[in-house]
Design a protein around this ligand. Sequence first.
Ligand code: PAP
Length: 330
Amino acid sequence: MEQANGSDSKSPSEVALSYDSHSSDVLSKLPRREFLSQDLVLYRNYWFYSHFLKSTIMLLQDRFQAHPDDAILASNPKCGTTWLMALAFTIKNRFRYNIGNHPLLTHHPQQLVPFLEFPLNTNTTSVETLSSPRLLATHMPISLLPESIGSQGCRIIYICRDPKDAFVSSWHFNQRVFGHEIDLDKAFNLFCEGSWLYGPFWNHCLEFWEESIARPNMVLFLKYEEVMSDPLKYVKRIATFLGVPFSSEEQDGGVPEEVVKLCSFKMLSGLQVNQTGELSRNQNGDMVYEKSAYFRSGKVGDWVNHMSKEMGSRLDHIMKEKLQGSGLTF
Ligand code: PAP
């Protein structure tokens, strides 16, 4: 493997040390603000937990080597990643697995498509050692993706969602992960100020949106609500985008419909493998990611059950202002 800093005169421990001191230096100068349970730092216009920024985001930028046939599933948190993982995995691997004997029946979707920044139970090399063609997920904004993803011409599928539903989903999820109640108003204010993990939410969507317009063959931009209203149409679109369109025989045989059904919220949330057990936990054990936490209600518009109309209008107004002139609407 190529050395991280492009130099072949340094030993691996020297490279690690120089990365460590460089990233610590950068971190110490970043703007910081209080978040729900830990502070966030602002790095190149996006907010992250500082330890996570150093151990993961900056490390990936420094080291990650994309392959030209990697496909990247990108999203803001809680916008439908798990669903997109299930769909893309099933579409891409449909010649390897029968529906009756499918890995989704025995694995959580997040176990089948590794996250760039959360390789389960191990370090970033687990992603690097996967064989091609790889399907990888990320919540990283496009401007912070490792440079090789762009230079290798990897395809990216981005899924976004009405921020009101994404916020409510995040609020529920964070309560499950941290194991304590989180004040909804306090969390909502932070979200509206843009101070959210991987936020501001609108910048994240906007950057991928602009790239999908500039390079439609490289970035496919999806909305959770649109996929929900016509999943068959989007299953076919994803297949074509990934270079594995459904043949007419497959269409006549109802394969796209089978994919939709297998990946539906009803099907996946009803499987034993997604109802019990942990997906992962952090090193201290104070953040536990239970498999069932990724399947809550799976509905469009659930925000009305948790937020007031005024809160909804406030966020709609912010989004309208931030996305003005872009052509992107929610
Ligand atoms: P992540 O950001 O932690 O990866 P992500 O999968 O993006 O999570 O979002 C979870 C949301 O997708 C949950 O929404 P909710 O809280 O509003 O219910 C979850 O229920 C929903 N979800 C998971 N799987 C599916 C699916 N197969 N179809 C539709 N929605 C789904």
